[in-house]
Design a protein around this ligand. Structure first.
Ligand SMILES: [Zn+2]
Length: 112
């Protein structure tokens, strides 16, 4: 497995921990984020040691900031960290699955 893929898996895992997501959600989310099969995400979590994860957090102390630059989060105070989902393929309209808040943006603004 490429280091880049591992990083994506660890980051998705870290975010799900941060958000207190269920294991089921987490595994599917990790697979989606890293572009791997669901079973690969399961194997990754099963094979990963606490030491390796701790080391990843040490190596990536700014993971959450990076994550926020790469993901558009709900601005509503009641759902911090909630990931907005694109409403169409142009990626200009996003909706929060938690509160239904919608945001219309040019994606670029979030990556500056
Ligand atoms: Zn929300």
């Amino acid at each position: 497995m490429k280091q880049k893929t591992k990083n994506k898996l660890y980051a998705a895992w870290a975010w799900c921990d941060h958000e207190d997501k269920s294991t089921e959600f987490m595994l599917q989310f990790m697979a989606d984020e890293a572009g791997v099969e669901y079973d690969t995400a399961v194997d990754f979590v099963t094979a990963s040691t606490d030491e390796a994860r701790t080391q990843w957090y040490k190596d990536n102390p700014d993971w959450l900031n990076k994550w926020r630059l790469e993901h558009i989060l709900c601005p509503a105070p009641k759902c911090p960290g909630a990931l907005l989902e694109p409403m169409d393929e142009s990626y200009t309209s996003f909706k929060c699955p938690k509160c239904g808040h919608t945001v219309v943006v040019f994606k670029k603004e979030y990556f500056n």
